[in-house]
Design a protein around this ligand. Structure first.
Ligand code: 9MR
Length: 460
């Protein structure tokens, strides 16, 4: 339901985005015309994603800024205007004018809006900083309810809770006045947000959660897994992805995104900036997102370097004078070159075949399936990896015998037949074609105990 709405919103955003996107959209419909977009938003839309930026309300009067914004982006995140200090400066007195300037600009341009953020230890107004215990818990829940209700229907995704885990090796929650109200403050915030705006996707958002081996990443992963197993309403995880020399991009970023996605949540790159704006690193981030079917979109944290919270690191896609940097070209090329997750291209491939003539026909090299299980008391998530053998495959079927008592409750990136006993799984439209030696991942969640699962793969 939310996914359908999301896609409709994305399509609407595409249809309404500025002139460049419209031109690209029309080009896409003309037979025989290359479908590569010419703006970040149009190209991302062709891949079923959005491309967004943080926006500051006080910059909307800068014509150079809005020209780039309207041309290139189809999603916006208010950089500061929806934070607690901005929206409830005095307890019980709500102030939405700056946020609404951004929302109405976005609406006039057909852009979607990510709401940021309903509950956070930082940028609290003075009255909240001074609160504790059940009074603070109540005030926090009231804030979530009021703000999410006010914007109901206008926000595609909310960052419900921001930055609740500690840095370093502890894997612990960050100490804060909110955390001291009880460990369940995060799930309470998510429940309040769902009740207030049932149509919005609800995200947990954090930084330094990019490296799969880091304790903080694992701690957030464990929380999301726990939330999914207990029915806490969480739909997505935001990876801020502020990359710099102290916290660099790492090649296991894709593993991080896909591992979270395998829990049954969407993943989004929410505040991307890269110290020095390496074109190679920007390209890698885009490729990693495109490689994960549930990576919905990418938001950069500002438009021009001069708009950045870290301007001296020149971390963005546009120079301070508004010109495109090499990183911009790399991002656009990566978006245009990427594989399409939902609508496989129908044009014949233009690259000459690279397989040697001795390669067996599709499917004859077979496939293998391996499964990794995350088990908790009463349920588990199984992540299944299908790897093509010595030739490319056009489709796959995996049989998995579940032990008695195990019942599948939901699945992603595969079609299912049966949810107990002998289950059979086949590819969906976008992940049946797998190159020789390449792999694709899908998964399911189930009640009960997995035991040892022995998947059997057959290829077409
Ligand atoms: O970019 C924001 C900057 O203008 C503010 O001064 C700062 C105050 O905390 O917040 C910045 O945005 C942060 C975001 O809300 C959460 N993740 C880290 C971002 C950069 O600090």
């Amino acid at each position: 339901m939310r996914n359908a709405k999301w896609k409709a919103a994305t399509r609407a955003a595409f249809a309404l985005t500025g002139v460049g996107a419209l031109a690209a959209g029309m080009a896409m419909l003309l037979p025989g015309t290359a479908s590569a977009g010419t703006t970040l938003g149009a190209s991302a839309t062709e891949k079923g994603r959005y491309f967004g930026t943080a926006v500051a309300a006080n910059r909307l009067s800068d014509g150079a800024y809005t020209t780039i914004l309207n041309r290139e982006f189809n999603s916006v995140t208010p950089e500061n205007e929806m934070k607690i200090d901005a929206t409830e400066p005095q307890q019980g007195q709500f102030s939405y004018s700056s946020a609404e300037r951004i929302v109405s600009h976005a609406r006039s341009q057909g852009m979607s809006v990510r709401g940021h953020t309903l509950a956070w230890h930082s940028q609290q107004p003075g009255w909240m900083q001074n609160m504790s215990g059940s009074a603070l818990r109540q005030a926090m829940l009231n804030h979530v309810t009021q703000v999410a209700t006010h914007f109901r229907g206008q926000i595609v995704t909310w960052d419900v809770v921001n930055e609740a885990f500690a840095d370093g090796s502890s894997g612990a929650r960050r100490d804060s006045n909110l955390q001291r109200t009880g460990n369940d403050w995060i799930e309470a915030a998510f429940r309040a947000a769902r009740a207030a705006d049932p149509g919005a996707k609800l995200c947990y958002n954090d930084y330094n959660t990019d490296n799969w081996t880091h304790a903080k990443t694992q701690a957030v992963y464990n929380m999301v897994r726990d939330f999914k197993s207990r029915g806490v309403p969480i739909d997505c995880v935001g990876f801020q992805s502020h990359f710099n020399n102290d916290s660099p991009y790492v090649s296991n970023y894709r593993t991080t995104l896909s591992s979270f996605a395998a829990l049954g949540v969407d993943v989004q790159v929410t505040e991307l900036d890269i110290q020095g704006a390496s074109a190679t690193t920007y390209r890698s981030v885009v490729e990693d997102c495109l490689a994960v079917a549930r990576c919905n979109g990418i938001t950069v944290w500002g438009i021009r370097d001069s708009d950045s919270w870290r301007a001296s690191q020149t971390p963005l896609l546009f120079n301070s004078n508004g010109s495109k940097k090499p990183a911009y070209d790399a991002v656009l090329a990566a978006l245009n070159n990427g594989t399409t997750p939902t609508d496989p291209p129908t044009d014949p491939p233009t690259d000459p075949p690279t397989d040697p003539p001795t390669t067996p026909p599709p499917g004859q090299g077979g496939c293998t399936a391996t499964v990794s299980v995350n088990q908790w008391t009463g349920g588990f998530v199984a992540t299944v990896k299908v790897t093509a053998g010595s030739s490319a495959i056009n489709g796959w079927t995996v049989g998995i015998a579940l032990p008695s008592g195990a019942t599948v409750t939901n699945a992603w990136n595969a079609n299912r037949s049966g949810n107990t006993g002998s289950t059979s799984w086949t590819n969906v439209a976008y992940n049946g074609q797998v190159g020789a030696g390449q792999a694709t991942e899908w998964g399911f969640q189930a009640n009960g105990t997995a035991g040892t699962l022995s998947p059997a793969c057959s290829a077409r």
